[in-house]
Design a protein around this ligand. Structure first.
Ligand code: NAD
Length: 374
């Protein structure tokens, strides 16, 4: 019975898009998984007391605060969950770690890789568990794709194409936001970080990059009624060389008119290929060169209970997981790591690594030459 389990009391910072998604993740994970803790929505923080109080009411938290530091200082809280804008991640996480809290933080982990490294080192020194919100990696079909690649079903991997394209910044009149911050902002950091996390999840380490960075919309309306110059990329691209010998590319764009969630990849090997699209993320397409001539073609593998943990959500194949379910899986993995039941799934070290690759691509785009990822 959940009530007999020890409590894990959560302090959530930020109640926008991701704050709500995390709350859904906590609620669903508690019902779907056999978690070692009872998850308690303890306190929520936002920019003002009013915003926090409204969010507490809507999201089912017992308490609210207009100052995130109160959550960090509260000895009753075990986990600090950061869904505030990127520029706050470092300060909030370091304070939480110093107070001995486990930390769940949205991606990108920090605006700069050096900051992300400091956060990872602090967490390791304090012995707290961490999780970064690269939720797309929690799709059971990505685990299947990785297994197929590792077990040689595709043969020797020759090439990779990854993309994360959306259109939420395509309108030149959409406002300047934290995502345009000259430090750590841009499509590559925001969306390319997801594409790179998936690329390395599937194929292993990216060793060298050749980047290109394009600002399409030169200025955007600011909150003061004027316009602010945009210094970051709207489109970031890179050629990649993987440690396993494969070559590839990724593209990140938030001005891809019509695209809502194109987190896609294609992997080509000597014996087969995989094709995946996040917009239909319960399907993985597999081409197998050993199929008989005249019968070859991409076969659609549909997500179902054979793909753990799909079966915990639904007993029937083809009924499909949704975006929020990926967050519930992420939550469950984090909670299991806190209980010592598994290693961190994608902790601060992993978040640091992605930020380093992002910065290598940005540096390469500036210097117009191939760079090693470190
Ligand atoms: P948002 O603007 O919708 O929400 C941000 C929230 O933080 C708001 O409630 C805002 O009021 C609050 N906030 C701002 N400053 C604060 C402060 N000083 N103290 C407390 N709260 C504060 O943004 P979002 O889209 O939810 O993005 C938040 C984070 O989530 C970003 O790091 C972003 O990169 C990440 N994100 C991840 C995914 C994913 O798929 N994993 C998707 C979207 C966003």
């Amino acid at each position: 019975m959940a009530g007999e389990r020890p409590q894990l009391r959560i302090g959530l910072i930020g109640t926008g898009f991701m704050g709500k998604t995390h709350v859904f993740g906590f609620a669903a994970a508690q019902r779907v998984f056999d978690l070692p803790y009872e998850l308690v929505r303890h306190t929520v923080a936002d920019r003002t007391e009013d915003l926090a109080a409204q969010a507490a009411q809507a999201l089912g938290f017992a308490r609210a605060s207009g100052d995130w530091r109160r959550l960090v200082e509260d000895p009753e809280i075990d986990v600090i969950d950061i869904t505030a804008p990127n520029a706050f991640h470092k300060e909030m996480a370091l304070a939480a770690i110093a107070a001995g809290k486990h930390v769940y933080c949205e991606k990108p982990l920090a605006p700069l890789a050096a900051d992300a490294r400091q956060m990872a080192e602090a967490a390791e020194a304090a012995g707290v568990r961490t999780q970064v919100g690269f939720n797309y990696l929690c799709n059971p079909l990505l685990a299947l794709a990785r297994e197929m690649i590792r077990e040689g079903e595709l043969g020797e991997i020759r090439s990779y194409r990854g993309i994360h394209a959306e259109d939420y910044m395509a309108d030149a009149e959409s406002p300047f936001t934290f995502r345009h911050d000259p430090v750590g902002g841009g499509a590559l950091a925001d969306l390319g970080s997801h594409a790179l996390a998936t690329a390395e999840f599937l194929l292993g380490s990216v060793e060298q990059v050749l980047g290109d960075s394009v600002t399409v919309i030169a200025s955007r309306p600011d909150s003061g009624g004027g316009r602010r110059t945009v210094e970051v990329d709207d489109i970031g691209r890179a050629f990649l060389r993987f440690a396993n010998g494969a070559s590839g590319s990724i593209e990140a764009s938030w001005v891809a008119t019509g695209r809502k969630m194109q987190h896609d990849f294609e992997v080509y090997g000597t014996k087969g290929a995989l094709v995946f699209s996040q917009e239909r993320f319960n399907e993985l397409h597999f081409y197998n060169t050993s199929d008989p001539g005249g019968r070859r073609g991409f076969r659609r593998i549909e997500a179902g209970p054979d793909h753990d943990p799909y079966g915990l959500f639904c007993v029937a194949p083809g009924h499909q997981l949704g975006f929020n379910d990926l967050k519930a899986i992420e939550v469950a993995r984090f909670v299991d790591a806190i209980a010592g039941k598994r290693d961190e799934f994608f902790g601060f070290r992993a978040g640091q690594r992605i930020q380093e690759v992002v910065e290598a691509i940005q540096g390469s785009a500036r210097e117009r030459k191939w760079l090693r990822t470190g």
